[in-house]
Design a protein. Structure first.
Length: 159
């Protein structure tokens, strides 16, 4: 089985016997899209909730409003014809004690923006491992759709 590592503010799409991996999600959010019928999937490592929050160039994988349509387009070009489903991982509040009282952290804003981007493309979010105060890593088996979420201080979670 081959593997593709997805870096921060990037995405990848593939089919069949492939594992898409992203490591070190803190406040970032991984969006995994899957077409179970065609065994095609995509994984994005979202850095920011909106392009206006970026000082520099905004590659498609950096924000959900561009990552979701870019992944969908690439998946459809690869032959995806089935219904797409999304799963979200990450969005932790890594420095919660430093936030002013009542402030919404970057992780929570990233999660909300990812949900909205999926909804805008009529892609249901079927599972989430979001929030909290710990980082996560994602291992997405495109053939089966299985997502293994690893954290340092707790047992793995399967979505």
């Amino acid at each position: 089985m081959s593997q593709i590592a997805v870096g921060i503010a990037d995405f990848a799409v593939g089919a069949g016997d492939l594992t898409l991996i992203t490591i070190g999600l803190g406040s970032c959010v991984a969006i995994a899209l899957h077409d179970a019928e065609c065994c095609i999937g995509g994984l994005a490592h979202i850095l920011l909730p909106h392009p206006a929050h970026s000082a520099g160039p905004v590659p498609p994988g950096k924000v959900p409003s561009s990552a979701v349509p870019a992944m969908v387009a690439r998946m459809r070009a690869m032959g995806s014809t089935g219904e797409l489903r999304a799963r979200l991982v990450g969005g932790a509040s890594m420095f919660a004690p430093l936030l002013p009282s009542g402030a919404v952290g970057l992780g929570a804003r990233n999660v909300q923006a990812c949900r909205l981007a999926c909804a805008a493309h009529e892609i249901p979010v079927t599972a989430e491992a979001v929030g909290g105060e710990v980082g996560r890593s994602v291992y997405f088996d495109v053939r089966t759709g299985r997502i293994q979420v690893r954290t340092v201080l707790s047992a793995d979670v399967v979505l």
